[in-house]
Structures are given as C-alpha cells and as structure tokens.
Design a binder for this molecule. Structure first.
Ligand code: LMR
Length: 327
C-alpha cells in the first residue's frame, strides 16, 4: 500500500514537475443566505483571496448556518475549528460589552451615521477590543437598519404589549423590548422562521435583506418601516491563527478582506430599498410606513434603555456614536 502510494506520488511529481504543498484551507462560516450583503462579501473574499494567492489558499464559504450556527460559531472560532466568521454586532456580549453600543435603539439616524462611527477612532478601537480573548476584528460589514414585524400593526409602543419577540442574543435588545411591554426571547437565527410560523414568537426585527431571503415576510402579517436600530457585523478571525500566518499571506488576505467588505457594503447600501420592494411585491405581508409622531413615541419608550448600558459601553463610545449623526 505504502509502496503504491509512494509510486503514485513520484508519478505525480514527475508529471507536474514539483510536489506542490496542499493549500491553506480557510473556512468562512456565516448564518445568512448567499444573496445577502454578508453572503456576497464572503464569496468575494474567496474570489479575491484565491486570485491573490493562487494554489496557496483555498477559502471554503459555508452560508445558512451550515457549518456553525449562532450558538456555536464564536466558540468554534476561538477553538480554531473555523478561521473567519462575521457575527452580528449584537452577538458579542460574552466577549466584550462595548459593542453593545450598536444595539441601542434609535441611536443612529441611518446607516451612513453607523458607517461614520465605525470608520472613526472609537469605532476602529473597538475592532481590537477582543484580542485578549483570541478574537481579531478584521473590519465592519453593513447589513442595514432593522424593521419591526408582527402579526398586528405596531404603530405605537402600546401595540407591542404582551407580544413575544424573537431577539438576537443581546441584553440590550432584551431591555429594548421589555421597555415596550414585550416579551423578548433569544433565539438562533436558524430557528426564526419556524418560531414565527408556529407562533413560538409573535414578532421580530431584522433588516430587509434578511427578511426577504429568509422569507420572514411569509410568516408575519405586518412589517413596520421603523428603522429603529442597526444590524451590522464584525468580520473576525482567530487572532492566534491570523498572527501566525506568513506575512505575505496575511497582507494579501487583509487586502482581499478590505476589498470584500467594500463590495458587501456597497450591496448593503444599494440593495436595502430593492429588498424592501421585493417584500412589498410579494404581497405576503403589508409594509406600513410610520408617521414622525409614531416613531417619536417608540423613541421615547425605548431610549431609557441607553442609561442602563452606558456604564458597560463607556460614555466616550456613546458620545462618539451620537456625534456620528451629525455630518
Ligand atoms: C440575526 O440573528 O437576526 C442576524 O444576526 C442574522 C445575521 O447574521 O444577519
């Protein structure tokens, strides 16, 4: 057996001139669909990294929680079972409390403000807030502003009273729904459709691309144009793995990552409106615009949540985030 294997490899080397080393396999796992900004950014990273390092790296992209879902992906990254993931900024609570800033309701006016904060000194500082825990932030990636949904119109905060809402694993989001009398339930993204379909929960919040690609609009009667918060990501790597990469490989991967994030962000900016339109055209759920007065009522009810988390987040970070609203 050994002799046969040896003979085969000698024959292969003879045929190809040199024995080439196996490529470095990089697993990039995420929980959303390929068509979303995150899905597209991951595929772009694969394309660019493999082009820059031909034969040296192989990037394997696993969408839709195929490799690891919400509950496991962060742990898997720290253990080295996956090299790159891009969790929502709402899912880092076990590793740092500072990123909770992104979950505060009605903090950012729009995705442009989120972008300015992420690009500024405090936002950039947060990319390195978990290095001691083995997590290296490679960059921020947008999805978009979240919309509230349920089987009844959520015009005013009182409409949320007594409803069960699926939330990401974030203490801020838990308080956000408690502030309007809702009953929040932390659930993995992969479980949301079924939970809405079977009535385990009554409502939820997500940006348009996730609503459409995961068909949440088929199991929710009303989606409000609430834009009450943001759902963005941090693309992260296992810092031990990243730091030990040969310098030329790391530089090329870093460049591919920066480009892939730009690509994903452009999709996030360009396509939020078209995903909203797709949801409307599907006629499964009604999309309800909100008046200024209705939005003001939600803001008033939810804003007290900020004070509960200001200490954990840090006043400096909160101030910088608020300042990003003004051009
Ligand atoms: C969610 O759990 O709703 C989102 O974080 C999913 C995602 O990655 O966009």
């Amino acid at each position: 057996m050994f002799v046969r294997a040896l003979a085969l490899s000698v024959a292969l080397v003879a045929a190809h001139g040199v024995a080439s080393a196996a490529p470095l396999v990089i697993k990039y796992s995420h929980v959303v669909a390929d068509q979303t900004p995150k899905g597209q950014a991951a595929l772009k990273f694969k394309e660019l990294a493999e082009k820059a390092l031909p034969g040296k790296v192989e990037v394997q992209v696993f969408p839709n929680s195929q490799l690891f879902g919400d509950g496991k992906e962060m742990e898997a990254l720290v253990l080295g079972d996956v090299q790159i993931i891009a969790p929502s900024l709402a899912k880092f609570g076990k590793y740092t409390k500072k990123l909770q800033v992104f979950d505060l309701p009605f903090l950012f006016d729009d995705i442009e403000a989120v972008d300015r904060f992420q690009d500024g000194p405090k936002g950039q500082e947060l990319l390195n807030s978990m290095t001691k825990k083995g997590i290296k932030g490679l960059g921020y990636l947008h999805n978009g502003m979240k919309q509230l949904s349920a089987n009844k119109p959520l015009r005013t905060p009182g409409d949320a009273k007594g409803l069960k809402f699926r939330i990401q694993s974030s203490d801020v989001l838990e308080e956000q729904f408690k502030a309007v009398g809702g009953n929040p339930q932390k659930l993995a993204f992969a479980e949301v459709y079924q939970a809405l379909q079977t009535g385990v929960v009554d409502g939820t919040e997500n940006p348009w691309s996730n609503i459409y690609t995961k068909k949440f609009h088929e199991v929710q009667k009303y989606i409000m144009d609430s834009n009450h918060g943001v759902l963005d990501y941090m693309v992260i790597a296992n810092s031990g793995w990243w730091d030990k990469l040969p310098a030329d490989v790391r530089t090329a991967l870093d460049k591919a990552m920066v480009e892939s994030i730009k690509y994903g962000n452009k999709i996030a900016f360009d396509e939020a409106a078209s995903y909203r339109k797709k949801v409307i055209d599907d006629k499964k759920a009604e999309v309800l615009p909100m008046t200024k007065d209705e939005v003001a009522q939600w803001r008033k009810a939810m804003k007290p949540v900020w004070a509960k988390f200001e200490g954990e987040i840090g006043k400096d970070i909160l101030t910088a985030a608020e300042a990003a609203n003004k051009n």
